[in-house]
Design a protein around this ligand. Sequence first.
Ligand code: G6P
Length: 525
Amino acid sequence: MAWTKERLEEVAQTRLGGSKLIVVANREPYIHRYRDGEVEWIRPAGGLTTALDPVMRACGGVWVAHGSGDADAEVCDKNGRVRVPPDDPSYVLRRVWLSKDDEEGYYYGFSNSTLWPLCHQVYCRPMFDPSNWDAYREVNETFARAVLQEAEGGPALVFVQDYHFALLPKLLKAARPDLVVAQFWHIPWPNPETFLVCPWAKDLLDGMLGNDLLGFHTQYHCNNFLDTVDRALECRIDREKFAVTRGGHDTAVRPFPISVDTDLPKEYLGDDWEQRAKALRKKHRLAARPLLVGVDRVDYTKGIPERLRALDRLLTKHPELKEKFHFLQVGAPSRTHLPAYRDLADEVQELAEKINWEHGDDHWQPIVFLNEHCGQEDVMLLYRMAAGCVVSSLHDGMNLVAKEFVAARDDERGVLILSQFTGAAKELTDAVLVNPFDVDELATGLHLALTMPVEEQERRMRRMRIKVQDNNIYRWAGMLLSEVGKLVPEPVAPPTPEPIVPVNDPIEGRIARENFITAMRLAGC
Ligand code: G6P
């Protein structure tokens, strides 16, 4: 039976019983901001919010997130709550307010300058700054307080997202042992040697073992996590059941490959997409030439310079392709406060200009680089118009652009060029799989996208569409909820904070003491 919004609604009702669903993610699904003196709302770029919003629309509940828009407070009640989606409300967004210092240390610092490069193996050195670590701990506590407030007075399933909140599960369990806590780690988990260089690795792992269920995209990431825990902490690991027991508490570790809502492209494309496509071609002087597209946040894990260099190679090796196609890259500005991200945006801009200078002329420019936020309507339009979509991440937990592209192709055409270092490559084996570090291989992939016979495109696309349709976002959420239901069949005990007994190991003892103190503080003792 296919997974639909309706089926997920039913599963949520049975599995959640009377429990409230509380999702915690750093990024909010809707941002309110001022434009020309008026308040408007946008959907942020990034796979996490795109994937989870349909789940929340189906299940209802509360999404707790950092309120990052300059008009966010304007539309909220005194507790930071607002109902969303703004045009058709079906769940609550609870915004948490952070100071600039919090944001600097926790978000830009520990989350995106330590954990992000640590977990993505793309040769970007992680920063280990104790003051960022302090901010990360404090913000995890701030979020714990907000979640506990939302969970007051009844049973709840707290579904924590991503690397911003490694400490949150343990904090929540310490304050409310009856809460069911699950976490999904949206980025890769590296091997133990890589992860354990982090000076606070044990604290992070200990925090994550507060979960009842911990999900990764692939089995490989689950294995890496278990190996890391095995090396670092005192605990029992059951490799058959894929579970870790620490301090009497079990954490199940499972793969759940995330996906997309396959109905959305149709909704976003509407009936007038062909007219909009014509206007877009005119605006960017694309004529009727075949189009290759890339859609990413400007992030050094996405391999954007690599794909531009491959385009350069392609045009050098195949001068007959000049004036025969365009490559349009949407690069949503991301984390631009960090020098690594600003430098990357400059690098991409310069590379695009250099390649256009070398291979283009007044009438034809091979590369169009749009360094701007692009709404879902336009992104879907690009997928639908394209001859091919290029996903050349150097390392990526899943990559939902690949799945969105496939979902948008109801004509069963178009070629997906996909990095073998994405989680998506494990499922979408009918894509043209490439090593993005290999400029010749990537150039050959681009060439294939421009020359593949229609029958072969259709054969590959049909198979990929079946996979994405069968394994859609509703299935992902349904499987997670079913697993949570299995692990925690009955709600347990009334909400009393439980002390964690300090152990002798100096580091583990410190973790335990700190957890205990925090639990007491959060519980208002
Ligand atoms: C990745 C992360 C998400 C994040 C998204 C966008 O997909 O796994 O947690 O939300 O990037 O990044 P940002 O920092 O803008 O939220």
